[in-house]
Each structure stands twice: as structure tokens, then as C-alpha cells.
Design a protein around this ligand. Structure first.
Ligand code: PGA
Length: 434
């Protein structure tokens, strides 16, 4: 039974306010902190901000916190819900209490904080780790999968101040045998990359962006991919780390095309962007592209996906929303979903979206937000759902490494148990351990 629910305003990794929720049961007090995006999709659930310019530049979340303390908490306690058995009912009840299609009344940040803290309370009541609880909630039965971490080591777009419009360039240790080895490879490569950047551009450019990656003064995707290729080779991991992965140019629109260089007028049409992606894919071993086109440019997505064999991930396109997934499926627009829990606003709906994606034979790629906290919930979620890959930024900054550290703890725990498990490695898209 829930004895108490307390919301509070705390800070995220960008120094902006965010919602913290504590759920008290007979088994203890369980906390969750909610993350927040910068390049948010138009179809995401609503993050409630106070818009009071006198406090935190309008970004305060006291209204959402108040909704936790005055509306959601008392209603859940009165309803007699038990997080051990009732997470689906708790999440469904909060959706009804909100009554809007996108959680605009109570705020997805308020609702999600309660949902996550309840999941933790449920796991404690069942006396099992959180990943096990989430696995049970999702009905997952296959062997345990430890995901390949995708490290965003070069930042652009809204996450840094350089002229690079592409938001993320990641490295993925698909050739490692365990996540512990993968983290080591990525961390070593990250430090080699830092040295290369210092030598090429000067030490002043080894400062980092929102997700812990470097932001050197480069503007073209080839420059970024060449830097990664060099760093991976110098670190000695060619063939073991995929030195690639990029994300859509910020500001892409169906009509206007994409801006490749954010501080210049280098606008490309969707067809030109397709040519660019194809030429990059030919030159570099890129196993995954995320949001290559604008979120409502279905035509380009479908056209590109038809002739594309690697993983094509919908982030803003899908917003972890089953309705958007169905739209994408009927249009054959992508073959994987980025899973961000706060895009949809409850743990149950995020699980439902992942289950639908899997049933369509799509990949599921779990993701942090650019405004994060030290809450490591998504590490357990990834293992619970067996998604095979996760991105949580660079191997640097406390809020980023919190997830990687938790995953290494989970791997250690699995190693010492009877449970059949494996590191997803090259099979990250559709992990098939045995
Ligand atoms: P965000 O992007 O700014 O929308 O959180 C984060 C990401 O996709 O890594």
C-alpha cells in the first residue's frame, strides 16, 4: 500500500528545475527524478512548466509538484493501490485523472515521477531488482540481455554551441564481450579523442556539451566521422567499435529540408539529405540512423526506409507513442523506435510501446534525455525489456555514467546468478543470445 507521496522541485543536469517524487510504502521510501529534452518532438506528452518569468526564467515546475502533492498523491492513497501488483492500474488511474490525451492537465513530468517511484516501490515489495520487476511487467521471457551502450562523444545541434547541426555522433562497442569491456573501450577511445581534438583545434575545444561529448569547431558530418574513425583506430578498436551514428539536422522540416551547418545557410532538400546519408553509409560503417528527416515528413521516411537495411530509428517521429508507431508501421516509415519514457509519461505506456515495436519486429533503442538526472531507471528498463541497446551520452558526466555504472552492476549481478544472459554485441538490433 502507498502510505505517502511527496513531490519536490529539484535540478536537472542543465541546472533547470525538474520533478522529484518520493513514494512511501511499508518497504521504505522510493525516489524518482524526471528528465527533460531540448530537441523535443511536437507529439510528446506535455512537460508542465510554471512559465513564471520571475523564477528560474519561467522553467519552474512547482505546478507539477503541486499536482503530485495535492491531486495525484491523495487520490492514489485513497484508491488503496499497491505498487507490488497494481502498476498498470496506477498508471491508468493517473491518465484518467489527467483526462487529456497528452497529460497536459497534470503534466507528464508529475505523472511519470509517480509512475517511476511506484515501479521502484513495487520491486522492493516483490523483493526483486527493478529490472526484474519491469521484466515481469512487460511479460518478457527470453534470456537476459545486457545492452550495447551507444556513447555520444561528439555533440552538436541544440546540445552544444559549435556550428554542427547534426546533434549526435556516437561510438558503440559492438565487438566487446561484456558491457564492462565495452565501457572500457569507449572510455579509452573518448580520452584519445580528447587528445586528438586538443592537438587539432586547441585544448580550449575539449570542453563538453550537454550529453558529455566534445564540441570541436567542425561543421560537416564527415569531419566528425573522420575524428571518430581516427580515435577508434588510435585506441586500437577498429572493427570492435562502430565509429558512427548520427542524428537528424536540427530544424529539419518537410517543406524546407534540413540545415546541415547550423551557423550557415546550407539547406538541403530531403532528397539531398538522402544522398548525403547514402554517401556517409558507404564511407563509414554506420549501423544506425536516428531521425534523419523531419517528424512529419512521412514521405521521406518511407522513401528512405524502403531501400535501407540498417536500423532506422524514429525518435521525434514516434514519441514513444503507440498511435504514432501504428502510423509509422502502416507507412513502412522506420524499423526501430527510440524509447524515451518522458515522451509518453508513464512506465506502463513506455512498456506497451516497446512491446508493440518488438511485435512489429522493430528494434527498440532506450534513451536518456539531454536534460538528465542521476536517476538510473532507464538502465533497469533496458535490461527488463531486453532491448539490446541504450544511449545515455558520453562516458563522462555524473548523470550520463550513472546509467552505464548501473548496467555494469546489473551485469555483475547476472554473472553471479543462475540466470541465462548475454551482452547484445553485434546483435543489438534484435538480440538473440542463444
Ligand atoms: P533531447 O535529445 O534533447 O530530446 O532529450 C536527447 C537524445 O535524443 O539523445
Amino acid at each position: 500500500m502507498i502510505l505517502d507521496i511527496k513531490g519536490a522541485q529539484r535540478l536537472d543536469s542543465r541546472g533547470n528545475p525538474t520533478v522529484q517524487v518520493e513514494v512511501k510504502t511499508a518497504h521504505g521510501t522510493f525516489r524518482a527524478l524526471v528528465s527533460s529534452g531540448a530537441s523535443t518532438g511536437a507529439h510528446e506528452a506535455v512537460e508542465l512548466r510554471d512559465n513564471d518569468q520571475r523564477r528560474y526564467g519561467g522553467k519552474g515546475v512547482l505546478t507539477a509538484v503541486n499536482n503530485v502533492n495535492e491531486i495525484i498523491g491523495p487520490a492514489l492513497i485513497k484508491g488503496g493501490y499497491d505498487p507490488h501488483y497494481d502498476l498498470k492500474q496506477i498508471d491508468g488511474f493517473m491518465r484518467e485523472l489527467d483526462g487529456t490525451p497528452n497529460k497536459a492537465k497534470l503534466g507528464a513530468n508529475a505523472i511519470l515521477g509517480v509512475s517511476m517511484a511506484c515501479a521502484r516501490a513495487g520491486a522492493a515489495a516483490a523483493n526483486i531488482p527493478l529490472y526484474e520487476f519491469l521484466r515481469r511487467e512487460s511479460g518478457e521471457e527470453s534470456p537476459y540481455i545486457v545492452p550495447v551502450p551507444f556513447f555520444n562523444v561528439l555533440n552538436g545541434g541544440k546540445h552544444s554551441g559549435n556550428g554542427m547541426a547534426f546533434q549526435e555522433f556516437m561510438i558503440a562497442p559492438t565487438g566487446a564481450k561484456t558491457i564492462e569491456e565495452g565501457v572500457r573501450m569507449a572510455s579509452e577511445t573518448y580520452h584519445v579523442l580528447k587528445q586528438i581534438i586538443a592537438e587539432k583545434f586547441g585544448a580550449i575545444y575539449t570542453g563538453i556539451g550537454d550529453e558529455g561529448g566534445f564540441a570541436p569547431p567542425i561543421t560537416q558530418p564527415e569531419e566528425a566521422l573522420d575524428l571518430l574513425t581516427e580515435a577508434v583506430a588510435k585506441a586500437g578498436y577498429t572493427d570492435k567499435i562502430k565509429p558512427s551514428i548520427l542524428e537528424e539536422a536540427e530544424g529539419a522540416s518537410a517543406e524546407g529540408g534540413s540545415n546541415v551547418q547550423s551557423d550557415a545557410d546550407d539547406i538541403k532538400t530531403p532528397n539531398q539529405m538522402m544522398e548525403l546519408y547514402n554517401s556517409l553509409m558507404e564511407k563509414y560503417p554506420i549501423p544506425l540512423l536516428e531521425d534523419p528527416f523531419a517528424e512529419d515528413d512521412w514521405e521521406s521516411w518511407t522513401k528512405f526506409c524502403t531501400n535501407y537495411s540498417e536500423e532506422l530509428v524514429g525518435d521525434d517521429l514516434l514519441c514513444t507513442n503507440v498511435e504514432r508507431l501504428r502510423m509509422a508501421e502502416s507507412r513502412r516509415a522506420c524499423n526501430a523506435m527510440l524509447l524515451k519514457v518522458n515522451q509518453i509519461g508513464t512506465v506502463t505506456e513506455a512498456i506497451d510501446a516497446a512491446k508493440l515495436a518488438k511485435s512489429l519486429d522493430w528494434g527498440v533503442f532506450v534513451s536518456h534525455r539531454s536534460g538528465e538526472t542521476t536517476d538510473d531507471f532507464i538502465a533497469d528498463l533496458t535490461v527488463g525489456l531486453g532491448t539490446g541497446h541504450i544511449k545515455s551520452g558520453a562516458p563522462c558526466r555524473g548523470e550520463r555514467v550513472a546509467k552505464y555504472n548501473r548496467l555494469m552492476d546489473i551485469e555483475t549481478e547476472l554473472k553471479g546468478s543462475w540466470k541465462p544472459w548475454s551482452y547484445a554485441g553485434e546483435q543489438f538490433r534484435k538480440p538473440d543470445p542463444f
